[in-house]
Ligand binder design. Structure first.
Ligand SMILES: *Cc1c(COP(=O)(O)O)cnc(C)c1O
Length: 354
């Protein structure tokens, strides 16, 4: 399939790296492609970033049949553009697609389209450490129809956003609040897919956490309300004296690529790491016994997010001494060194695209 290319007529310039936030500034171009049952995926096009024209009856606006991905392109000191495990994102997108009755993508084709788009918008990739080009592939259901069924037509698009350093104010631990009243997802539901509704469902608990002075929600499982699942939109790791534990993937947890990377590195470094159920009581017990040394979240946006306090009802525990734990630091440095090309990639995670 030939990609039609229309260049933007614009002379916008990228703001200074220190002026960049997250997800507010979009680049000059986007990639768009349509799906119909007759033609499959068709009309691939790179064109100026612009609004969509959608009927108010478009199914995505009513029933949320939508999936997305989030990944980044990084600029190295010697001006290489690097992708980190990008194929894994599109494989996950196809898993999300199957789960949400959305037609799958040809991964090689969309990877090539994304690379072409990034090269065209290279000037939007910020260059200082911690900054990146955030890449948002998305699929939405577009049938103009109010009945409830899977749509017959879809739009796939990729937009790009120049993002600033996540830790512009320092790599500081955050306080997290265990939600007792709300759950993010349930086994048998769609928690393991990156589908729009999961994020809408998480907002009320996030707002309550923020009102109480906490940065993120720690989600427990929906059935027994005791096993830890995720933190905000990140996976979570507990560093005990004798092992690192992360919740096993039970169907309601999003299989994070950063999570897999942490597990791979831990194994490579000879650390003992287990994917298993861990309850909130296990965490408080480990803390009481002095065994809980470090807790951190993992995800593309923050890479690693150290946790400094966990509140569960009227009990709260402090982790560490207010500074990031050694293990969180070690994973953060190792992953970002690979992403920004400061250490050679021995894992086959990096693809240089220029
Ligand atoms: C995207 C996401 C993650 C992290 O996945 P990465 O691939 O590491 O970015 C974790 N949890 C949720 C709910 C997510 O949406």
């Amino acid at each position: 399939m030939e990609i039609k290319v229309t260049r933007a007529r614009t002379d916008r310039t990228r703001p200074a790296d220190t002026e960049l936030g997250f997800g507010t500034l979009f680049t000059d171009h986007m990639f768009v492609m349509d799906y119909s049952r007759e033609k499959g995926w068709h009309n691939p096009e790179i064109k100026p970033y612009q609004d969509f024209l959608l009927p108010p009856s478009a199914m995505v606006l009513h029933y949320g049949q939508a999936i997305f991905e989030g990944l980044k392109a990084y600029k190295t000191e010697d001006k290489k553009i690097q992708l980190f495990r990008a194929r894994d994102n599109f494989e996950r997108m196809n898993r999300s697609a199957r789960g949400m009755c959305i037609p799958e993508l040809d991964i090689d084709f969309v990877m090539d389209a994304m690379k072409q788009l990034i090269r065209m918008d290279e000037k939007w990739i910020p260059e200082s450490l911690g900054t990146s080009l955030y890449i948002r592939p998305t699929i939405i259901a577009t049938d103009p129809f109010l009945g409830v069924r899977a749509s017959f037509t879809y739009k796939f698009f990729i937009i790009l956003s120049s993002v600033g350093a996540y830790y512009s104010e320092g790599f500081n631990p955050v306080k997290i609040w265990v939600s007792k009243d709300h759950v993010r997802a349930v086994r048998g539901g769609v928690g393991e897919f990156k589908t729009a509704g999961n994020y809408a469902a998480s907002l009320i608990a996030s707002e309550k956490a923020v009102q109480k002075g906490y940065a993120q929600v720690l989600w427990l499982d929906a059935i027994e309300r005791k096993y830890i699942e995720e933190v905000g939109a990140m996976n979570i790791f507990f560093v005990m004296k004798d092992e690192i534990v992360t919740p096993e993937l039970t169907g309601s947890i999003l299989p994070g690529i950063t999570r897999f990377s942490v597990i791979d590195l831990a194994k490579k470094w000879g650390m003992k790491i287990a994917e298993r159920k861990i309850s909130i009581d296990d965490v408080f017990d480990a803390h009481a016994k002095g065994k809980l040394v470090d807790v951190f979240g993992s995800g593309t946006a923050a890479v690693i997010s150290p946790v400094g306090e966990i509140r569960y009802g009227d009990r709260a525990i402090a982790i560490g001494d207010g500074t990031p734990g050694e293990t969180a630091m070690k994973f953060y440095n190792a992953l970002t060194d690979i992403q920004y090309g400061k250490t050679p990639d021995t894992e086959g995670w990096i693809e240089v695209i220029n």
